[in-house]
Write a protein that binds this ligand. Structure first.
Ligand code: FE
Ligand code: FE
Ligand code: ZN
Length: 305
Protein backbone atom coordinates (compact mmCIF):
# COMPACT_ATOMS: atom_id res chain seq x y z
CA UNK A 1 0.00 0.00 0.00
CA UNK A 2 1.28 3.48 -0.88
CA UNK A 3 1.66 5.67 2.19
CA UNK A 4 0.76 9.34 2.48
CA UNK A 5 3.08 11.59 0.45
CA UNK A 6 6.20 13.11 1.99
CA UNK A 7 6.31 15.67 4.75
CA UNK A 8 5.44 19.20 3.61
CA UNK A 9 8.04 21.48 5.08
CA UNK A 10 9.69 24.82 4.46
CA UNK A 11 10.83 27.93 6.26
CA UNK A 12 10.41 31.63 6.43
CA UNK A 13 11.87 33.34 3.33
CA UNK A 14 12.49 36.97 2.51
CA UNK A 15 9.98 38.46 0.09
CA UNK A 16 12.24 41.38 -0.85
CA UNK A 17 13.12 39.86 -4.23
CA UNK A 18 9.58 38.97 -5.18
CA UNK A 19 7.38 35.90 -5.56
CA UNK A 20 9.29 33.82 -8.11
CA UNK A 21 12.53 34.26 -6.22
CA UNK A 22 10.94 32.77 -3.09
CA UNK A 23 9.74 29.74 -5.07
CA UNK A 24 13.23 29.16 -6.45
CA UNK A 25 14.84 29.64 -3.07
CA UNK A 26 12.42 27.14 -1.53
CA UNK A 27 13.31 24.56 -4.20
CA UNK A 28 17.01 25.12 -3.59
CA UNK A 29 16.71 24.03 0.05
CA UNK A 30 14.35 21.08 -0.47
CA UNK A 31 11.23 22.89 0.74
CA UNK A 32 7.74 22.33 -0.66
CA UNK A 33 6.04 25.14 1.22
CA UNK A 34 7.27 28.39 2.80
CA UNK A 35 6.30 31.49 4.72
CA UNK A 36 6.95 35.15 3.96
CA UNK A 37 5.99 38.53 5.31
CA UNK A 38 3.35 40.23 3.20
CA UNK A 39 5.09 43.52 4.02
CA UNK A 40 7.75 44.85 6.36
CA UNK A 41 7.26 42.81 9.58
CA UNK A 42 7.19 45.96 11.65
CA UNK A 43 4.34 47.33 9.57
CA UNK A 44 4.71 49.98 6.90
CA UNK A 45 3.69 49.97 3.30
CA UNK A 46 3.92 47.12 0.88
CA UNK A 47 5.51 47.21 -2.52
CA UNK A 48 3.23 46.94 -5.52
CA UNK A 49 2.82 43.28 -6.48
CA UNK A 50 3.76 42.24 -10.00
CA UNK A 51 1.13 39.90 -11.56
CA UNK A 52 3.72 38.30 -13.90
CA UNK A 53 5.96 37.56 -10.94
CA UNK A 54 2.99 36.00 -9.10
CA UNK A 55 2.18 33.89 -12.19
CA UNK A 56 5.76 32.63 -12.25
CA UNK A 57 5.46 31.54 -8.61
CA UNK A 58 2.10 29.88 -9.26
CA UNK A 59 3.78 27.81 -12.01
CA UNK A 60 6.55 26.70 -9.63
CA UNK A 61 4.04 25.77 -6.92
CA UNK A 62 2.01 23.71 -9.39
CA UNK A 63 4.90 21.99 -11.14
CA UNK A 64 6.54 20.99 -7.88
CA UNK A 65 3.32 20.08 -6.07
CA UNK A 66 3.86 22.50 -3.19
CA UNK A 67 1.63 22.38 -0.13
CA UNK A 68 -0.19 25.65 0.67
CA UNK A 69 2.06 28.58 1.58
CA UNK A 70 1.67 30.27 4.95
CA UNK A 71 2.07 34.03 4.49
CA UNK A 72 2.59 36.04 7.69
CA UNK A 73 1.05 39.42 8.52
CA UNK A 74 3.32 41.99 10.22
CA UNK A 75 3.74 41.54 13.99
CA UNK A 76 2.61 45.05 14.69
CA UNK A 77 -0.95 44.60 13.44
CA UNK A 78 -3.27 44.72 16.41
CA UNK A 79 -6.96 44.26 15.71
CA UNK A 80 -7.76 44.63 19.43
CA UNK A 81 -5.70 47.69 20.36
CA UNK A 82 -7.23 50.29 22.65
CA UNK A 83 -6.23 52.90 20.06
CA UNK A 84 -8.71 53.21 17.18
CA UNK A 85 -5.98 54.38 14.78
CA UNK A 86 -3.99 51.19 15.45
CA UNK A 87 -7.07 49.07 14.72
CA UNK A 88 -7.70 51.14 11.58
CA UNK A 89 -4.18 50.50 10.35
CA UNK A 90 -4.55 46.75 10.99
CA UNK A 91 -7.78 46.65 9.02
CA UNK A 92 -6.32 48.55 6.09
CA UNK A 93 -3.16 46.41 6.01
CA UNK A 94 -5.07 43.13 6.22
CA UNK A 95 -7.49 44.17 3.50
CA UNK A 96 -4.60 45.06 1.19
CA UNK A 97 -2.70 41.87 2.05
CA UNK A 98 -5.73 39.68 1.36
CA UNK A 99 -6.25 41.40 -1.99
CA UNK A 100 -2.63 40.69 -2.82
CA UNK A 101 -2.98 37.05 -1.70
CA UNK A 102 -5.58 36.60 -4.45
CA UNK A 103 -2.65 36.73 -6.88
CA UNK A 104 -1.61 33.37 -5.42
CA UNK A 105 -4.99 31.85 -4.53
CA UNK A 106 -5.43 28.84 -2.29
CA UNK A 107 -2.84 29.71 0.35
CA UNK A 108 -2.92 30.79 4.01
CA UNK A 109 -2.51 34.18 5.68
CA UNK A 110 -1.38 33.79 9.28
CA UNK A 111 -1.54 36.56 11.88
CA UNK A 112 -0.99 37.13 15.59
CA UNK A 113 -4.49 37.73 16.96
CA UNK A 114 -3.40 40.80 18.93
CA UNK A 115 -2.82 42.28 22.39
CA UNK A 116 -5.83 43.42 24.38
CA UNK A 117 -3.79 45.97 26.37
CA UNK A 118 -5.68 45.51 29.60
CA UNK A 119 -9.16 45.29 28.08
CA UNK A 120 -9.25 41.57 28.89
CA UNK A 121 -9.16 38.54 26.59
CA UNK A 122 -12.94 38.47 26.04
CA UNK A 123 -13.05 42.07 24.83
CA UNK A 124 -9.90 41.33 22.81
CA UNK A 125 -11.45 38.31 21.10
CA UNK A 126 -14.61 40.31 20.36
CA UNK A 127 -12.64 43.14 18.74
CA UNK A 128 -10.58 40.69 16.69
CA UNK A 129 -13.73 38.97 15.41
CA UNK A 130 -15.25 42.36 14.62
CA UNK A 131 -12.14 43.29 12.64
CA UNK A 132 -12.14 39.99 10.76
CA UNK A 133 -15.76 40.59 9.80
CA UNK A 134 -14.62 43.77 8.09
CA UNK A 135 -11.83 42.21 6.06
CA UNK A 136 -13.05 38.70 5.19
CA UNK A 137 -14.85 38.34 1.86
CA UNK A 138 -17.09 35.36 1.03
CA UNK A 139 -15.36 35.00 -2.35
CA UNK A 140 -11.74 35.13 -1.16
CA UNK A 141 -9.44 32.19 -1.91
CA UNK A 142 -7.29 32.58 1.18
CA UNK A 143 -7.92 31.13 4.60
CA UNK A 144 -6.82 33.41 7.41
CA UNK A 145 -5.03 31.63 10.28
CA UNK A 146 -5.03 32.66 13.93
CA UNK A 147 -1.67 31.76 15.45
CA UNK A 148 -1.45 30.10 18.86
CA UNK A 149 0.55 32.51 21.04
CA UNK A 150 2.81 32.19 24.09
CA UNK A 151 0.52 34.46 26.12
CA UNK A 152 3.21 37.11 26.62
CA UNK A 153 1.90 40.34 28.18
CA UNK A 154 -1.71 40.83 27.12
CA UNK A 155 -1.47 38.63 24.01
CA UNK A 156 -4.74 37.05 22.92
CA UNK A 157 -4.41 33.46 21.71
CA UNK A 158 -2.31 31.98 24.51
CA UNK A 159 -5.26 29.70 25.29
CA UNK A 160 -7.04 27.56 22.72
CA UNK A 161 -10.34 28.82 24.16
CA UNK A 162 -9.55 32.36 23.02
CA UNK A 163 -9.01 31.22 19.44
CA UNK A 164 -12.20 29.16 19.53
CA UNK A 165 -14.07 32.22 20.77
CA UNK A 166 -12.84 34.31 17.83
CA UNK A 167 -13.83 31.60 15.33
CA UNK A 168 -17.24 31.27 16.96
CA UNK A 169 -17.88 35.01 16.72
CA UNK A 170 -16.98 35.70 13.07
CA UNK A 171 -19.54 35.73 10.28
CA UNK A 172 -17.37 33.61 7.95
CA UNK A 173 -15.76 30.97 10.21
CA UNK A 174 -15.02 28.83 7.14
CA UNK A 175 -12.42 31.47 6.18
CA UNK A 176 -10.69 31.24 9.58
CA UNK A 177 -8.34 28.44 10.63
CA UNK A 178 -5.55 28.05 13.18
CA UNK A 179 -1.77 27.72 12.96
CA UNK A 180 -0.08 25.93 15.86
CA UNK A 181 3.37 27.24 16.83
CA UNK A 182 5.36 24.64 18.81
CA UNK A 183 7.52 27.26 20.57
CA UNK A 184 4.50 29.34 21.50
CA UNK A 185 2.33 26.54 22.88
CA UNK A 186 5.29 25.13 24.82
CA UNK A 187 6.06 28.55 26.32
CA UNK A 188 2.34 29.06 26.86
CA UNK A 189 2.07 25.98 29.09
CA UNK A 190 0.82 23.26 26.74
CA UNK A 191 3.10 20.30 27.43
CA UNK A 192 3.94 19.00 23.95
CA UNK A 193 7.15 17.44 25.35
CA UNK A 194 5.52 15.03 27.83
CA UNK A 195 2.04 14.83 26.38
CA UNK A 196 1.70 15.76 22.70
CA UNK A 197 -1.37 13.53 22.37
CA UNK A 198 -2.99 15.31 25.31
CA UNK A 199 -2.31 18.76 23.84
CA UNK A 200 -3.67 17.77 20.42
CA UNK A 201 -6.65 16.15 22.11
CA UNK A 202 -7.36 19.38 23.92
CA UNK A 203 -6.98 21.33 20.68
CA UNK A 204 -9.52 18.98 19.15
CA UNK A 205 -12.00 19.38 21.99
CA UNK A 206 -11.69 23.18 22.19
CA UNK A 207 -11.15 24.23 18.56
CA UNK A 208 -11.46 21.10 16.40
CA UNK A 209 -8.45 19.55 14.65
CA UNK A 210 -10.18 20.07 11.30
CA UNK A 211 -9.48 23.78 11.75
CA UNK A 212 -5.74 23.25 12.26
CA UNK A 213 -4.25 24.22 8.89
CA UNK A 214 -0.52 24.73 9.51
CA UNK A 215 2.27 24.21 12.06
CA UNK A 216 5.12 26.60 12.91
CA UNK A 217 7.86 24.23 13.96
CA UNK A 218 10.29 26.00 16.30
CA UNK A 219 12.37 25.13 19.31
CA UNK A 220 12.24 27.49 22.31
CA UNK A 221 15.03 29.34 24.16
CA UNK A 222 12.93 29.31 27.34
CA UNK A 223 11.53 26.70 29.71
CA UNK A 224 8.07 25.19 29.58
CA UNK A 225 5.33 27.65 30.59
CA UNK A 226 7.65 30.69 30.58
CA UNK A 227 5.27 32.72 28.36
CA UNK A 228 8.34 34.18 26.68
CA UNK A 229 8.32 33.43 22.91
CA UNK A 230 11.98 33.32 21.82
CA UNK A 231 12.56 30.83 19.02
CA UNK A 232 15.59 28.51 18.93
CA UNK A 233 17.07 26.20 16.30
CA UNK A 234 15.60 22.68 16.22
CA UNK A 235 17.27 20.54 18.89
CA UNK A 236 19.16 23.42 20.49
CA UNK A 237 16.49 24.70 22.84
CA UNK A 238 14.27 23.35 25.60
CA UNK A 239 12.20 21.08 23.32
CA UNK A 240 13.95 17.73 22.79
CA UNK A 241 14.50 16.31 19.29
CA UNK A 242 12.26 13.38 20.18
CA UNK A 243 9.32 15.80 20.47
CA UNK A 244 9.99 17.12 16.96
CA UNK A 245 10.08 13.53 15.72
CA UNK A 246 6.64 12.98 17.25
CA UNK A 247 5.35 16.25 15.82
CA UNK A 248 6.37 15.51 12.21
CA UNK A 249 5.08 11.93 12.40
CA UNK A 250 1.87 12.52 14.38
CA UNK A 251 -1.17 11.19 12.48
CA UNK A 252 -3.27 14.21 13.51
CA UNK A 253 -0.77 16.56 11.84
CA UNK A 254 -0.13 14.53 8.70
CA UNK A 255 -0.34 16.47 5.45
CA UNK A 256 -0.16 19.95 7.04
CA UNK A 257 2.46 22.48 5.93
CA UNK A 258 5.25 22.74 8.55
CA UNK A 259 7.06 26.08 8.66
CA UNK A 260 10.41 26.65 10.36
CA UNK A 261 10.83 30.10 11.97
CA UNK A 262 14.11 29.27 13.64
CA UNK A 263 17.04 31.72 13.85
CA UNK A 264 18.78 30.48 10.69
CA UNK A 265 20.13 31.50 7.32
CA UNK A 266 19.33 29.33 4.29
CA UNK A 267 21.97 26.60 4.91
CA UNK A 268 20.71 26.15 8.48
CA UNK A 269 17.14 25.86 7.24
CA UNK A 270 18.21 23.34 4.58
CA UNK A 271 19.80 21.22 7.32
CA UNK A 272 16.68 21.35 9.51
CA UNK A 273 14.44 20.44 6.58
CA UNK A 274 16.71 17.49 5.83
CA UNK A 275 16.71 16.39 9.49
CA UNK A 276 12.92 16.52 9.83
CA UNK A 277 12.31 14.89 6.45
CA UNK A 278 14.67 12.12 7.55
CA UNK A 279 12.69 11.54 10.75
CA UNK A 280 9.45 11.30 8.82
CA UNK A 281 10.90 9.00 6.14
CA UNK A 282 12.27 6.69 8.83
CA UNK A 283 8.81 6.36 10.33
CA UNK A 284 7.31 5.58 6.90
CA UNK A 285 9.94 2.84 6.46
CA UNK A 286 9.03 1.34 9.82
CA UNK A 287 5.35 1.38 8.90
CA UNK A 288 6.12 -0.35 5.61
CA UNK A 289 8.13 -3.07 7.39
CA UNK A 290 5.32 -3.64 9.87
CA UNK A 291 2.85 -3.96 7.03
CA UNK A 292 5.06 -6.39 5.12
CA UNK A 293 5.56 -8.54 8.21
CA UNK A 294 1.83 -8.47 8.80
CA UNK A 295 1.02 -9.65 5.24
CA UNK A 296 3.71 -12.33 5.49
CA UNK A 297 2.23 -13.60 8.77
CA UNK A 298 -1.22 -13.60 7.21
CA UNK A 299 0.07 -15.64 4.26
CA UNK A 300 1.69 -18.13 6.66
CA UNK A 301 -1.54 -18.45 8.61
CA UNK A 302 -3.47 -19.08 5.41
CA UNK A 303 -1.11 -21.87 4.41
CA UNK A 304 -1.49 -23.51 7.83
CA UNK A 305 -5.24 -23.62 7.49
FE1 FE B 1 4.06 34.33 14.12
FE1 FE C 1 5.06 31.44 14.69
ZN1 ZN D 1 7.10 33.50 18.01
Amino acid sequence: MEHQCRLHIGCHLTSSKGFRHMGEEALSIGADTFAFFTRNPRGGNRKEADPDDAAALRRILREHAFAPLVAHAPYTLNLCSIKPEVREFALRAMKEDLERMELIPGNYYNFHPGSHMGQGPEKGAALIAEGLDQVLQPGQHTIVLLETMAGKGSEVGGRFEELAEIRAAVRLPEKVGVCLDTCHVHDGGYDIVRDLDGVLGEFDRVIGLEHLKAVHINDSKNPFGSRKDRHEKIGEGSIPLETFRRVVTHPALRGLPFILETPNELPGYAAEICLLRGMEAEMQEKMKDLENNFTRDQDKNHKKE
